[in-house]
Design a protein around this ligand. Sequence first.
Ligand code: PGA
Length: 248
Amino acid sequence: MKALVVGNWKMHDTIAQAVQLVDGLLAVVDQFPDTVDVAIAPPFTALQAVSERLRGQSRIALGAQTMHWEDAGPFTGEISPPMLKDLGVGYVIIGHSERRAFCAETDETVNKKAHAALKHAITPIIAVGESLDEKSAGQTKTKVVMQTHAALRDLTSNQIRQIVLAYEPIWAIGTGRSDDPRNADSTMQEIRSANAELQDVRILYGGSVKPQNMAGYAAMPNIDGALVGGASLAADSFAAIVRAAAPR
Ligand code: PGA
């Protein structure tokens, strides 16, 4: 399976900074292995500028960090799937733990957004993961399998085959405390077993991925790439992660 590495820029970078970062990546795309797909998810305010920079090349795809499920309507502050399509967005991160914690994202809205993304031919990257308390209580697998089932509710087999999943242990995000690759692989195997159609779906690991630890994840059978936060904010470290993500 081809790997996928996604840079989640979160709430970072003005337009000028975002353009500088994407230009830095475009300067080194010829070093990206053919076996790795790459996407970047800048903040909404920089999507248009980054989209213009990415035009005419196919090596780096454009992603968004969230979206609403309706096409249009009275939803102040929200961004709809057609608005993202208009900007050339091909991927959307759905259900990131920061949005579940701070922006009222629920299993139900994650599911609605998954349906909406697929309807508009945007690939949803659906994030699941357990908290430190859940991990300590031995509930990791139950939690992520439950989140996966909820996210996939009423999707057809064909639709499920088009999604991407991301396993992101909440305690590993932004902490420098990455999950052990074997441990993550075992959790991800459980996620994959949640539905027969997930056999060939890409599952990304996320949580303190760095150039130094990416190869350890890429070597695992159930890890098909990474969702990268902090280390995606500099072209050299993100490019090094992409190079280390080639499946072996
Ligand atoms: P991190 O974030 O790489 O900074 O830990 C990952 C994520 O939140 O997607």
